[in-house]
Design a protein around this ligand. Sequence first.
Ligand SMILES: *Cc1c(COP(=O)(O)O)cnc(C)c1O
Length: 398
Amino acid sequence: MTRAAGRHFLQIPGPTNVPDRVLRAIDFPTMDHRSPAFASLGKEVLEGMKRVFKTASPVVIYPASGTGAWEAALVNTLSPGDRVLMYETGHFATLWQKMAKRLGLEPEFIAGDWRSGADPQAIEAHLREDSQHLIKAVCVVHNETATGAVSRIADVRRAIDVARHPALYLVDTISSLASIDYRHDEWGVDVTVGGSQKGLMLPPGLSFNALSAKALAAAKVAKLPRSFWDWSDMLASNKDGYFPYTPATNLLYGLRESLKMLLEEEGLENVFARHQRHAEATRRAVRAWGLEVLAKNPAEYSASLTAVLMPAGHDADRVRKIILENFDMSLGTGLGKLASKVFRIGHLGDFNDLTLIGTLAGCEMGLQLAGVPTKMEGVQAAMTYLAECHANPARAAA
Ligand SMILES: *Cc1c(COP(=O)(O)O)cnc(C)c1O
């Protein structure tokens, strides 16, 4: 292997680049997780995560990837044979639906086009037909990482209310949390699922459930078998800052640092504005290349990633390979039925204007090298927009 000079560009939509500060915070001796010093760390990160989810209800933290927190959301609230209404936004929604089936639930999957968010009207219509209230939960992926389309979570809440349906509302924010505005309490969500390795700028290995009073009440009667994921054990220990089993202590050191950066130093609203600005600059670059953004509806554009559609006859994975080999940059592959049709640019986490310009330059050169008919005008379009944003900050918000 020859040495690759400079930093690898990790521009997949998670795991994201971990700031050096967070890496240093992790690099400390592991402490006794039953000690008083641990309790103050535990309390601090549990409180900080409530602010990220925008909730006054408890948040639990698992030493697991996001998939674990998906499972926790289902097994704590539901019983064997329960119907759950899920929406096919893309690959991740499909995986969550498969998990629900494996766990003995009966998902009703509303078909989607893999270019749009969940349609609140379709959800409302489906719930209205369920006059006996057999559907026990509605599950939606906030930011579908396979497509770069965002679902309007508050509008889905209204649809559930308008249908006067008592189902729980479960939302996956694994690739939107701390990148795209999200409000657990205000939007009336019962369980929100999060992960560490995307907007929170941490390595993989932590995942989260934000709860509601209604979710906690459902957990009292839910009959799916659960042990590792059981909220009641977690909450009993968390009260004093502890965990029922060994937590991922060093990742919690990292979480304390990233919470400081997000909540105290930059501020969540500024973090969201930064992601929006980079997403808009990316879309301008894609159009200037002469390519198409996969997400169809501008109201649903993702601020954390952009999926780029390839022209017919050009393989997105070949472009990704050329970019990796020539410019040491990783981009997201097309998942599920989008395999080889799209590549995905992750612009979330610890990311600034020049990281974006470097990322787009790698894409632009790679597209040329791969012989994809594109104009080399994308980086210029992004630079023009970013410079305008700095000259006129009001414009960045528009
Ligand atoms: C990354 C991701 C997951 C899967 O999380 P893992 O940490 O890989 O288990 C689930 N849902 C969404 C929306 C994601 O982006």
